[in-house]
Design a protein around this ligand. Structure first.
Ligand code: P6P
Length: 331
């Protein structure tokens, strides 16, 4: 039996919503196109001298890798002249990028992305990812503005990521109550095929995933929480320690095997390192739609109200019992 392709799956889902115009379907199709293009660049970067840094420091204060820049340009380009997308926001850009063609100026969708997450893994051939979030703006009567992007995660109309590992996997959810589905790229024909239908976050088992070298920068409750996982004392049960340094890879393992990923606040960075709008919020949406949970340690992640485009937030995401135990431990 031939598995459905991503595009067939998107179209089938669209037909379940009579009022659907097909615009969101085309946005998801363009996201998969960008993912395939980035996957190909990663594959050949070593031969093409595309590893290494550009010498630029981005708005995050991070040194930009050549592939960060290539991935960013790829994700912007696929939405140019699409019409339904008025503007995009990228981890690599200080400001939103509005499209100036007439049709796009009245486009109702906004796409946010971290075009290449975990780029510290590029030169060591580690796993990497792209994370995306799709929002609708309230009104198309005025020019799009950065404040249109400042929405809580609950408002996302679609969210997901592409994981560039031994295989390239596209995972997404759409709509209020859509399931989470995963698709694997068949490089020989450039198609994503459904391989992980209706993903459910396992309760129990799995790993705890945190950068323990930050321990000296955690508050006492966070130190005790992580110690309880490390020592097997957590009431949710024993968890193996796993950490790759690439959010998408660590999240994807948590999604499939259960457990918890945590990036807490730090003494020198109280809101932590991860960005809300294009990292924590889309992954929180995926987690909840798969039966898991996500919190900043106090508030459900999808209920946070961002005031800045590149706002950061602590992230505790994973199996519902693990996240609830973490939140309880931090009270
Ligand atoms: P640390 C990569 O730079 C990233 O944004 C995420 O992919 C990852 O989870 C995190 O930072 C790793 O940060 O401080 O553990 O190196």
């Amino acid at each position: 039996m031939t598995r459905p392709t991503l595009i067939e799956h998107i179209r089938t889902t669209e037909r379940l919503h009579p009022g659907a115009t097909g615009e969101l379907s085309r946005i998801l199709a363009r996201l998969s196109l960008a993912g395939r293009m980035v996957a190909q660049r990663l594959l050949n970067a070593g031969f093409l001298g595309e590893h290494g840094e550009t010498g630029i420091v981005n708005v995050q204060g991070e040194r930009v890798q050549k592939l960060d820049e290539l991935a960013d340009h790829t994700f912007v380009r696929v939405f140019e002249s699409l019409g339904s997308v008025c503007a995009v926001a990228s981890e690599e850009r200080a400001k939103i990028h509005a499209f100036d063609d007439d049709e796009s100026q009245s486009g109702k969708y906004m796409v946010l992305f971290d075009p290449l997450d975990g780029s510290g893994n590029i030169d060591i051939n580690g796993s990497l990812g792209s994370i995306f979030s799709v929002h609708q703006r309230e009104s198309i009567d005025t020019p799009v503005h950065e404040r249109d992007f400042l929405k809580r995660g609950d408002a996302q109309v679609a969210a997901g990521y592409i994981l560039y590992g031994p295989a390239t996997v596209f995972v997404y959810t759409a709509g209020e109550d859509g399931p989470v589905n995963g698709f694997t790229l068949d490089r020989s024909i450039g198609e994503f095929f459904l391989t992980h239908p209706d993903i459910r976050m396992p309760e129990g088992g799995g790993s705890y995933s945190v950068n323990e070298s930050n321990e000296s920068k955690w508050d006492d409750k966070t130190k005790e929480l992580v110690a309880s996982f490390r020592q097997g004392r957590a009431p949710v049960g024993k968890r193996a320690a796993r950490y790759t340094g690439a959010l998408v890879a660590d999240f994807h393992r948590t999604l499939l095997q259960g457990g918890i990923f945590l990036y807490p606040g730090l003494t020198d960075r109280p809101r932590g390192k991860l960005r809300y709008l294009y990292e924590a919020a889309p992954l929180a949406k995926i987690a909840e739609r798969a039966g898991g949970a996500a919190s900043d340690g106090q508030v459900r992640s999808l209920e946070l109200d961002p005031t800045e485009l590149h706002e950061r937030c602590p992230l505790f995401v994973g199996s519902r019992a693990d996240v609830e135990y973490a939140v309880e431990s931090l009270r």
